[in-house]
Design a binder for this molecule. Sequence first.
Ligand SMILES: [Zn+2]
Ligand SMILES: [Zn+2]
Length: 176
Amino acid sequence: MILDLKSLFAQDRAVLPIVYELDLRAFEWMGETPLREPIRVVGSVENRASVVTLTLRCAVAYTAACDRCGAETTNRYEVPLTRTLTMQRAGAEDAADDLLELPDAQLDLDALCTEEIVLNLPRKHLCREDCRGLCPVCGRNRNTDPCHCVPDGGDERFAVLRVLRDAADGNETGNC
Ligand SMILES: [Zn+2]
Ligand SMILES: [Zn+2]
């Protein structure tokens, strides 16, 4: 979506509300297409004493395999975005990070939101904070199907505990 902000730049106290949906379903990342739901973008552009500010929140649903156990998981979070918009070309010395130059007053909202969302994609993706992952020995999902495996090179003291626990468990102990 391209916003034409010419009249907003010309009018003090003008406010333009923004509510729209950004479709990034085709976006590929780490071999997946994690942005399968429309991204809801809500905010406004506001002119206050000729300072024009864009304030947005992008509601993202990120779906991919859990880094530890592989279960498909959707995590939801918001990406905030704030920019000061100017029609003037700022010199290099006063070009702040959040300053966006729009010489023709045209704002490409899709490009701006997409860039911000991609910069803020999660570095880790877990089905839950304490996901126990897969057993390195038998491959079971330790969240749902705990096993009694002792990883190779594991501490011998745990092997002793395991024998004790196996004895207590009786026959139903799975030897993975
Ligand atoms: Zn997990
Ligand atoms: Zn196991």
